[in-house]
Design a protein around this ligand. Structure first.
Ligand SMILES: [Zn+2]
Length: 302
């Protein structure tokens, strides 16, 4: 009898403390996906029920307008806009998003990624590619009203981005140059989710165009194998930069794709033949006309 009273007391106590601690425990971090139409690039909205962080910001202001409606519908304060790497399909939307959410901060994981972004925009302006997105032309003496990359992009210190209200994103940047010179992957423990950015493409042709040399492509393959090994035990959901979520099987599929691409571009009689062969092997893959075409052009002389 005494024992029963004792265990009842413990049960009551744990119920009390359970309720008590729940009142203060953060809601786990969850994710919503925004699929951009342009280049099938993904933005990820992380939320803990109290605040929002968005990863990757789309290739055009038009896409950013759609993304900002999705963010507004969440009815939560947006604190950070995280850009994973210095490619325009992941950052052009920042000008519009900063106008819509002036309290949000654009952040990158290191100084190199900030330099990549500024370098890419400077180059794009020089070849006229920013004429379609004039607000993103870099601020300079010649263009004092241009976009102020230097002051608008902050570099995070440390390898975690904490959400206001609890939960965190674990950032990794120790990668060799591959699809991009520098890249950030994000792991979210609460959902066992690995956000690979452009390390990962799912049923979308890989970008192996301008700047992605054969050495970069080989680095990419090596690191895909390493990533697979590192995450096998955790077996996370893999959220790629382009295409739908998958699992770590995606990494092996990508290695096979890259092997095929290297063999075909080394042996095909013409760029047209290489394109046709890749499209035949990967008929359901998206963006052949842009991503595959630029990749074949860059890796073949004829
Ligand atoms: Zn991309």
């Amino acid at each position: 009898m005494k024992l029963r009273v004792y265990s009842l007391a413990i049960a009551t106590m744990s119920l009390f403390f359970g309720v008590f601690s729940n009142a203060f425990a953060a809601t786990p971090v969850d994710v919503d996906i925004f699929n951009g139409e342009t280049a099938t690039v993904n933005s990820y909205l992380f939320s803990n029920g109290e605040s929002l962080v968005v990863m990757d910001l789309q290739r055009s202001t038009d896409e950013a307008k759609k993304l900002s409606e999705v963010i507004k519908a969440k009815k939560l304060p947006l604190t950070h806009l995280l850009i994973s790497h210095g490619h325009p399909d992941h950052y052009i939307g920042m000008d519009w998003l900063l106008k819509e959410f002036p309290d949000a901060k654009v952040v990158v994981a290191n100084e190199d990624i900030k330099k990549d972004i500024i370098g890419f925009s400077t180059w794009m302006e020089s070849v006229g590619w920013l004429d379609a997105e004039p607000a993103l032309k870099p601020k300079s003496d010649k263009n004092p009203n241009g976009f102020d990359y230097e002051n608008n992009i902050s570099v995070l210190s440390g390898e975690t981005l904490s959400l206001v209200g609890g939960g965190e994103l674990a950032l990794t940047t120790q990668y060799l140059p591959m699809e991009a010179e520098h890249i950030t992957t994000v792991y979210v423990e609460d959902i066992n989710g690995l956000f690979t950015s452009d390390f990962g493409y799912n049923k979308v042709h890989l970008w192996m165009g301008q700047g992605v040399t054969n050495a970069h492509v080989n680095n990419w393959k090596t690191q895909l194998a390493e990533l697979k090994e590192r995450y096998t035990e955790l077996n996370p959901t893999v959220y790629p930069g382009h295409g739908a979520p998958s699992d770590i099987g995606l990494f092996s599929a990508m290695i096979t794709y890259i092997d095929d691409f290297q063999k075909i571009t080394a042996t095909a009689a013409s760029k047209e033949e290489a394109m046709a062969e890749m499209e035949k092997r990967y008929p359901e893959y998206k963006e052949a006309g842009f991503l595959l075409k630029n990749s074949v052009d860059f890796h073949m002389q004829h």
